[in-house]
Design a protein around this ligand. Structure first.
Ligand code: AMP
Length: 423
């Protein structure tokens, strides 16, 4: 039996309804702030991610679905959305538009990760980018928009982690300082941390053993090393969030999995999730467009996982399907009337279905009941009643709620239902 590939899943109709609802929230919340929808291709030149996400990142090193297009070009299924949008910004000369250019997107992304709850190889992200503004207001606006979206999506128990990464230069100096500090205290560190000092010194902040934790208490923090301008920018972002009543935890160890971040970085986590607790995050990436051969352009943005939002929101009650009309067939004579009537009903704005099986009339009524039809029109019953002439136009209309049933004509069915459901 062929099954869906490991790390992928089917979106069944019940799930699709929840996803559409969430998409509607995104459209409304982001649209109200002037963000416009953009869609980029599912695959891009591999080089875009190598340069845009960072050659040394886990994503580029281990997680990309890369293939040859048969003509010697290397393509990659997009693992994230920001680099492609920057590519589009440059390619379409969007720097000539009024700045910032505010964009949002929703689509599928691909990472060859080890699957677990909330972590898939094909997943969906909704994201927003504001390109062409360096102001702290831009960062704060993006953060409150994500907070609003998560709230609208019903995400429970969220926590916002916030930090600033300053510039890559500050980061490099800080890293060297931290490595030297860890070396000086090496004998007190756990073996695991000690052997990885050069490779990933920041990981030492996450260690749980008493010795390392003690050492890390007094370790230098990147936030204390920011250049004056970066520190001011970060203070302004925080002040705006404070005013907006958005609470956050300063997390000096927040590192994002992509190389391109500068200054503000943030991540919303939900305690309603397990190990994969991140629901969405992002930050400022002032160097990325230039890195992709565009003009120097400050920018900021975020992405949130649709599946994680739905998981963290728990299961809402399934949306009730509304079927206004089911057209049942009493005899084959009514076929054309049934077909026409259901089409006319849909064009009049009703949700209408017709019998598509070969059920008995009794079976059809049972089916109509099961799908929750409010009305059933039984057509093709004319001949048995001995009506001359427009026999096929004679219809018996049953109100499934009251049980009331009366004879009418096909022409009268739609007006009767419209009066009944929207009096
Ligand atoms: P990132 O682009 O890594 O910052 O991810 C942004 C958000 O996308 C995360 O907070 C998750 O909600 C979601 N996400 C990232 N990777 C995956 C994955 N493999 N499966 C499901 N969701 C993911």
């Amino acid at each position: 039996m062929i099954q869906a590939p490991k790390g992928t899943f089917d979106v069944l109709p019940e799930d699709a309804a929840r996803r559409e609802l969430l998409e509607g929230h995104a459209r409304k919340i982001l649209g109200a702030a002037g963000y416009r929808r953009i869609e980029t291709p599912t695959f891009e030149a591999t080089e875009l991610f190598a340069r845009g996400v960072g050659e040394a990142t886990d994503i580029v090193q281990k997680e990309m679905y890369t293939f040859d297009d048969g003509a010697g070009r290397s393509l990659t299924l997009r693992p994230e959305g920001t680099a492609p949008i920057c590519r589009a910004y440059i390619e379409h000369g969007m720097h000539k538009l009024p700045q910032p250019v505010k964009l949002w997107y929703l689509g599928r992304y691909y990472r060859a990760e080890a699957p677990q709850r909330g972590r898939y190889r094909q997943f969906s992200q909704v994201g927003a980018e504001a390109i062409g503004s360096a102001t702290p207001e831009t960062d704060a606006e993006l953060i409150v928009l994500l907070a609003d979206l998560l709230e609208a999506g019903g995400v429970r128990r969220t926590r916002l982690h916030l930090s600033s990464l300053g510039t890559p230069e500050t980061r490099a100096e800080y890293r060297a300082e931290l490595v030297a500090y860890l070396r000086a205290h090496e004998s007190l560190l756990s073996d695991e941390v000690a052997t990885r000092i050069d490779l990933s010194p920041l990981r030492a902040f996450d260690a749980t053993d008493a010795g390392t934790r003690e050492v890390m208490q007094a370790a230098p923090k990147l936030l204390d090393r920011l250049a004056a301008e970066d520190a001011q920018h970060f203070a302004a972002v925080r002040a705006l969030l404070d005013d907006a009543g958005v609470s956050y935890e300063l997390d000096p160890t927040l590192v994002r999995g992509l190389d391109y971040y500068t200054r503000t970085v943030f991540e919303f986590a939900s305690d309603a999730l397990g190990a994969q607790s991140g629901v969405g995050g992002g930050g400022r990436y002032d160097r990325l467009i230039e890195q992709l051969d565009g003009p120097p352009t400050p920018a900021s943005g975020w992405a949130a996982g649709i599946e994680r939002i739905l998981l963290a929101a728990g299961a809402p009650p399934p949306a009730a399907e509304l079927v206004d009309l089911f057209v049942a067939l009493a005899s084959p004579d009514g076929r054309r009337t049934a077909f026409e009537l259901s089409r006319a009903a849909r064009r009049a704005g009703l949700q209408a279905q017709q019998e598509l099986g070969n059920r008995s009339l009794k079976g059809q009524l049972r089916h109509a009941d099961r799908i929750g039809a409010r009305y059933v029109a039984i057509v093709g019953d004319g001949a048995s009643k001995g009506v001359a002439g427009g026999a096929a136009g004679l219809v018996s209309l049953k109100n499934m709620e009251s049980g009331e049933q009366r004879d009418t004509t096909a022409d009268e069915v739609i007006p009767t239902i419209l009066r009944g459901i929207r009096p």
